[in-house]
Design a protein around this ligand. Structure first.
Ligand SMILES: [Zn+2]
Ligand SMILES: [Zn+2]
Length: 311
């Protein structure tokens, strides 16, 4: 694992990590109330667009958790940047239903300004060019997962499902799955050469099933209740989870704003079976490991070994 923090890396965090068999290269920045944007190279994926990271426009999949400005405020810039650089490739936006109309209004207004128009005769875009906008509400079940766009070809082996979280306004988390072929249970005891023979006689499609393996989950903003009430989030190999406050003075704000406080993690640490947990969305006074180290030594070694801090 390699981590570079903002003061070594142009104000952003960079994490290179392997979880299970999957490598992740993660970049971005996150601060509660200001901006969150987390990029994952291998998945061609951006989690929230609270600011326009220099390279975010070139990633084709954007999952937006909710309508707070620190999570969606720069999504329109993404659209403009892709037009500027003539990226003629489809992109995917997933966001809560209630964000879609306001987002289209903003994107239209920005486009008017960008073209030197006054907005007098502005007609809100019905569709955004080359953009597939999907409501988070429409992909909450395993049967309606959405295929992410691959980096080179038009579809990838990765799929996304949304989960409603518990926050001040409607907010969604996302789970990413990898689709792969697996031998049907009745053939798992066969030897290699028997499988090859059978494949020739009945065809691969009758030998295997497709399976969806959960790999990574992103909570967006949520209270601890939103996380611990969902077994999938507690078991996914790599969990990217918000944690806003650390000191006792932060407790009230976290409770009122429906955010996670460090003490919530201490209390529930035994529930997390994830291999790695990356915490993000720290409050503004926590800018480096030194700022939080006085609070984070009260969990088990086993739990603390799972944690990565994303500033
Ligand atoms: Zn936030
Ligand atoms: Zn929020």
């Amino acid at each position: 694992m390699e981590i570079k923090y903002s003061y070594q890396n142009n104000g952003e965090t960079y994490v290179k990590i392997k979880v299970g068999s999957q490598n992740y290269t993660i970049r971005g920045y996150s601060r509660a109330g200001l901006r969150t944007c987390i990029l994952i190279d291998e998945l061609n994926l951006v989690l929230d667009m609270g600011y326009a990271n220099d390279r975010a426009f070139s990633y084709d999949n954007k999952l937006i958790s909710h309508g707070h400005n620190d999570h969606i405020g720069a999504l329109h810039a993404d659209h403009c940047a892709r037009r500027l650089y003539n990226i003629e490739k489809e992109k995917l936006f997933v966001m809560p239903k209630q964000c879609i109309k306001p987002f289209k209004m903003i994107a239209t207004a920005v486009s008017e300004m960008n073209c030197g128009k006054s907005g007098e005769n502005m007609k809100i875009f019905d569709n955004l060019l080359l953009t597939n906008i999907i409501e988070s509400e429409s992909c909450t079940g395993s049967e309606c997962m959405v295929n992410l766009i691959g980096s080179s070809k038009l579809c990838s082996e990765y799929y996304v499902k949304s989960i409603q979280m518990d926050h001040k306004i409607k907010s969604f988390g996302y789970i990413i799955y990898r689709k792969s072929k697996k031998l049907k249970p009745e053939y798992t005891n066969l030897k290699g050469h028997e499988i090859i023979q059978l494949k020739q006689s009945i065809g691969e499609e009758n030998l295997t099933n497709f399976v969806f393996t959960p790999m990574l989950a992103y909570t967006g903003d949520t209270s601890i209740q939103g996380v611990i009430s969902n077994p999938e989030l507690l078991n996914v190999p790599f969990l990217i989870m918000e944690c806003t406050g650390f000191s006792s003075d932060d407790k009230c704000d976290c409770c009122e704003g429906k955010h996670i406080h460090w003490d919530d993690l201490v209390e529930n640490q035994h529930l997390f079976s994830n291999e790695k947990i990356m915490l993000f969305h720290f409050s503004q006074q926590y800018k480096s490991l030194e700022d939080i180290s006085g609070f984070t030594n009260n969990v088990s070694k086993q739990f603390s070994n799972k944690l990565i801090y994303f500033f």
